[in-house]
Design a protein around this ligand. Structure first.
Ligand SMILES: [Mg+2]
Length: 212
């Protein structure tokens, strides 16, 4: 793991040097980066459709074209909304707050989600109670919007569709939080990380090494 970390740090430092920006802007994803909603979605699908998918080893990701685990995308969207609106208390936090606060010294960090307006309030409540000190601003886009078109330099996300979009754009960098559904080959401007803490450590280390 250590080898990967050094490799990713080197990759990111190169990007940071080429960016030449005082305070780079980070788009931080919510689902499966800050919170774990997907396992609850899969449990609902299992119950409703008498299936037996492992909630923690899902090999596909919801997409407009293919839906998700046999459901149409509209049904999947509805299920995500249902869980956020009615079962937000069951949604687990999967990241720590302090590394985010540390990174905020050097970067402008926004939470950017494609949850849609309908569940904005519920999500903000969840965020403020689980990450009370980080004071994260939320940008809510409509469902399936393309985040890569926004004016951010760095993305921390798990969505497979961002991989190609960002690797083709030399002005952007993606920290991809690894899951079975987003595996990919070697590619430029994308670094795989285990979790948010690993991304935050690279972000802060790269700044600290920049002055040396
Ligand atoms: Mg996500």
């Amino acid at each position: 793991m250590q080898d990967y970390f050094e490799e990713n740090l080197g990759k990111f430092r190169q990007f940071l040097d080429s960016l030449k920006k005082e305070r780079p802007r980070i788009a931080l994803d919510a689902d499966e980066v800050l919170d774990a909603v997907m396992p609850l979605v899969v449990e609902h699908i299992n119950m409703q459709n008498k299936k037996d998918y492992d909630p923690y080893n899902i090999q596909e990701y919801p997409s407009k074209e293919r839906g998700f685990l046999g459901l149409k995308i509209e049904e999947v969207d509805e299920l995500f909304d249902y869980i956020w609106l009615n079962e937000a208390h069951k949604i687990r936090k999967i990241a720590y707050e302090d590394p985010i606060i540390e990174a905020k010294k050097f970067y402008d960090i926004n939470v950017v989600t494609t949850k849609g307006e309908r569940i904005r309030k519920k999500f903000e409540e969840w965020l403020n109670s689980n990450f009370p000190k980080a004071r994260l601003e939320v940008l809510t886009l409509q469902k399936h919007a393309d985040k890569s078109e926004l004016d951010f330099d760095i993305y921390i996300d798990d969505a497979p569709r961002l991989i190609n979009k960002i690797s083709e754009n030399k002005k952007k960098f993606l920290f991809l939080v690894s899951y079975p559904y987003n595996r990919h080959g070697e590619i430029s401007n994308v670094a795989d990380v285990k979790n948010l803490e690993e991304a935050m450590k690279i972000l802060v280390d790269a700044i600290n090494e920049r002055g040396k």
